[in-house]
Write a protein that binds this ligand. Structure first.
Ligand SMILES: NC(=O)c1ccc[n+]([C@@H]2O[C@H](COP(=O)([O-])OP(=O)(O)OC[C@H]3O[C@@H](n4cnc5c(N)ncnc54)[C@H](OP(=O)(O)O)[C@@H]3O)[C@@H](O)[C@H]2O)c1
Length: 311
């Protein structure tokens, strides 16, 4: 096998843009405008998935990147259903590459943990890499012990896990416990998703009449249904008003500011929505503000219970 370079050798922009709304809540022209605004802001890393918007997301992204292909890092995903059968992944990935109109995709993620299929899924990913069809291997929505199993399998296959994609935001902080420290320890890049909690942290649901994903998608409504999450959104809105910085800017910048330096994946349905998130790229968050925002939601307990002896 040829020497596989780590993703650390590919300069990724500090933030990424996610195209889950392309061809859905964002029509073609709104999608194109967000793609252009992201590029102008310095983003070179774009995320999609086989499953998004019945393929419209991959098709639109593939059309937009044409004349800049070599300057961009494009990620897609297979196995959303947790099925790591190589034949199924191969046929889905072939369709994804046709939609993207790309012979080689930079990052291919397993969208979900594939359970007992992991060894053959890793063999299939390694074979794609050896054939030059993908450059980097990623895992999304995996627990850290599952990632470490894949790290071991990848090592035996002469390759590595380059990147993970977990959920991470001010009201979904589980990643702090094991995933983010694991990334620092293992030299794995982390492109975290949902920096705004699907829109909750913009504060638009604070009056009970907000329009958007949490009102229309029962999965997201349930995901962000705990009282403390809404209390945090209120508190972030108060802080935003106090210091005169958009709550979305604060939420996205806070994610990026974690000591492990994750690369948040921004998204929106329009350029107007996207602007405050893009502003996070140049927002300097000092230690005091970081700590104030961190205190707006509960810190998750550590991974081991014998914490009282730690200083
Ligand atoms: N691997 C996975 O399983 C997974 C899962 C989810 C996402 N992702 C990736 O991560 C990307 C980002 O995730 P996400 O969309 O959940 O991110 P997010 O930043 O938490 O939520 C973005 C949503 O918030 C709302 N919003 C954004 N800016 C706003 C503003 N200024 N005012 C009001 N509402 C605003 C919009 O939804 P509404 O207009 O509908 O309210 C927008 O679509 C996705 O595109 C995808 O690439 C991956």
């Amino acid at each position: 096998m040829t020497h596989i370079k780590s993703l650390k050798h590919t300069p990724l922009s500090r933030f990424a843009f996610g195209t889950m709304q392309f061809g859905g809540t964002a029509d073609e022209s709104a999608s194109a405008a967000m793609f252009d605004a992201s590029c102008e802001a310095g983003i070179n890393h774009f995320d999609t998935a086989h499953i998004y918007t019945n393929g419209r997301s991959e098709t639109l992204l593939g059309g937009f990147i044409k004349d800049q292909r070599d300057d961009l890092v494009i990620a897609t995903k297979v196995a959303y259903d947790g099925n790591g059968d190589p034949a199924k992944m191969q046929s889905d990935f072939d369709i994804s590459r046709q939609r993207l109109d790309m012979d080689q995709v930079d990052i291919l993620y397993l969208h979900q943990n594939v359970g007992d299929d992991l060894p053959r899924a890793m063999e299939w990913l390694a074979a794609q890499q050896t054939a030059g069809i993908i450059r980097y291997i990623g895992l999304s929505n995996f627990a850290s012990w599952q990632v470490m199993k894949a790290v071991s399998l990848a090592h035996d296959l002469g390759t590595r896990i380059d990147i993970i994609q977990p959920m991470y935001n001010l009201v979904k902080r589980q990643a702090e416990v094991e995933l983010l420290p694991m990334c620092s320890d293992q030299g794995i890049t982390c492109a975290s998703y949902s920096p705004l909690g699907g829109g909750l942290l913009t504060g638009k649901y604070n009056d009970g009449a907000g329009q958007g994903r949490l009102a229309t998608d029962p999965r997201y409504n349930k995901r962000y249904s705990l009282d403390f999450m809404h209390e945090t959104a209120h508190a972030l809105a108060d802080l935003s008003a106090e210091i005169g910085v958009n709550a979305a800017t604060l939420a996205a910048a806070w994610v990026a500011r974690h000591e492990s330096a994750p690369n948040p994946i921004l998204s929106a349905r329009s350029v107007e929505q996207l602007r405050p998130s893009l502003d996070a790229m140049s927002f300097e968050m000092d230690d005091a503000l970081y700590a104030r925002i961190e205190a707006l939601s509960p810190t998750p307990p550590p991974a081991t219970d014998r914490w009282e002896e730690r200083s």
